[in-house]
Design a protein around this ligand. Structure first.
Ligand code: SAJ
Length: 439
């Protein structure tokens, strides 16, 4: 029996030992899915706080219930450690580490490199390694493979390497790690065979592609598609304002088309750790091929400018009402990067608050999910106000930046002196209401 066949056999009878490198919002749900499928899973993370919580049977990820973790720890299907040497006993390793941007706007692969270099000393014949972190096409072949191959390890023969993009949408309950179709592409056909055989043991649907580059590019297409279409509707909002047309009415009307259209809505900018970032990994890579990814650059420019645009619109609307922004009390409603989650990464609210502060407004914010924020570049820190409606009443102006569903928008409109609504959250309360201006 070849090394490949015996590894596939161990994966199919679930005697293969699984390691998940990186226990964040991607890695922990994946560890749970493999554990619940019957594998013994070892989570590895340098953050000992996460390790200790997991070994006590506690979850720190909202999408993963503590009772789920507790049951898996109790049954011996899940444990955690910060000690990479356990990898010498592992047969299958999934790398789920962040791929942010550097301050220069270039891809930051340092987490992938350090995870791979942490794994390398323990890589052994009969191991499969899958990278899940969103990254540019070629990363698995150029950055992971060279660090693992050698010392008797030959990819496709006794070492199997693939890429499988994470598709975790924090806070979503209908599509989960287990039931969301999963793309898998290997460095070689044999690598694809092994990685697919592994993932098919725990995930409902595995979509096999021919190479790791195809899998890397599929992910970037998914998120570039979103970023560009959000940029399109943001520019549509700018055009509609010039035309005196209600962009929200226009989008709702277009969305009545049952085919050939997909609804996106304008807003104060593009937040999160996926959509604003993943496409820039692609445009950065294309520069090495002397190709300028113009759609991505333009959409990124439009989206990046939206915080400045909405503050300008608000300033104009306040001026029309004789309210001077400088020195006025402004309440920002919603700081998370999208509704009903507790994540503030890259949130446009941070930019809006920074711009309002620079224009001399006395800014407060409220967000039920974000008790405090700290702007790492500008250095300012703020705590969410406690009584949202009380702060609405005390403010000279309110700007709705993130439209959490729990907000009572009727009460906000009732009690506010002026509302600038960047999300059409006040929709039906805004019609003909002088106090409300929408993007
Ligand atoms: N946004 C708009 N208008 C829209 C949609 C989004 O302004 O029409 C803004 C949001 O407010 C947010 C940013 O864009 O600031 C990103 O929003 P998102 O809905 O794309 O949410 P994310 O960043 O959590 O994206 C994730 C992605 N999932 C993965 O990468 C695995 C994305 O592929 C999903 O499609 C998305 O969740 C989702 O559908 O919720």
């Amino acid at each position: 029996m070849t090394t490949k066949d015996s590894l596939i056999q161990k994966l199919q009878d679930k005697t293969a030992e699984i390691a998940i490198l990186g226990l964040g919002y991607v890695g922990l749900p994946l560890a749970v899915v493999f554990g619940e499928a019957g594998f013994k899973v070892t989570g590895i993370d340098p953050d000992t706080r996460k390790v200790d919580l997991l070994n006590k049977g506690e979850s720190y990820i909202p999408d993963v219930k503590t009772e789920t973790v507790a049951a898996l720890v109790k049954s011996g299907h899940l444990k955690a450690t910060s000690d990479f040497s356990v990898l010498k006993d592992m047969d299958a390793v999934s790398i789920c580490v962040p791929t942010p941007l550097r301050k220069t706007g270039d891809p930051d692969l340092s987490f992938i490199v350090s995870a791979t270099e942490g794994l390398a000393p323990y890589a052994h014949p009969g191991m499969v390694v899958v990278l899940e972190s969103s990254t540019y096409p070629g990363t698995t072949r150029e950055m992971v493979l060279p660090r693992l191959e050698g010392n008797g390890l030959k990819v496709g023969e006794n070492l199997f390497i693939a890429f499988s993009p994470e598709r975790v949408d924090p806070g979503r309950e209908d599509w989960t790690t287990k039931n969301t179709p999963k793309v898998v592409g290997g460095i070689t056909e044999d690598c694809s065979d092994v990685a697919t055989a592994w993932y098919e043991q725990a995930l409902d649907t595995v979509i096999r592609v021919s190479t790791s580059e195809a899998a890397e590019m599929a992910k970037l297409l998914e998120n570039t598609f979103r970023m560009i279409n959000i940029g399109l509707v943001n520019e549509l909002a700018i055009m509609c304002e010039r035309l005196g047309v209600d962009v929200w009415e226009v989008i709702d009307a277009a969305a009545s088309k049952p085919f050939g259209f997909m609804k996106f809505t304008p807003g104060p900018g593009l937040g999160g750790h996926c959509i604003p970032i993943d496409p820039l990994y692609l445009s950065w890579k294309m520069k090495a091929f002397n190709y300028n990814a113009r759609f991505i650059e333009l959409a990124s420019e439009i989206n990046t400018n939206m915080p400045r645009y909405v503050v300008h619109r608000m300033l104009e609307a306040m001026n029309d009402r004789g309210i001077l922004l400088k020195g006025s009390k402004v309440l920002v409603l919603g700081a998370a990067y999208k509704p009903d989650i507790d994540d503030v990464r890259e949130s446009p609210a941070l930019d809006v608050i920074g711009l309002l502060r620079k224009k001399g407004a006395q800014v407060e914010y409220h967000d039920p999910y974000i008790p405090h924020i700290h702007h790492e570049y500008d250095g300012w820190k703020m705590d969410s106000v406690k009584d949202m409606l009380q702060s609405v009443r005390e403010a000279d102006a309110v700007i709705i930046v993130t439209n959490h569903k729990d907000y009572d928008y009727a009460a906000v409109v009732r009690d506010a002196k002026f509302v600038f609504d960047t999300r059409n959250a006040t929709g039906k309360f805004a019609k003909g209401n002088e106090k409300v201006v929408r993007l």
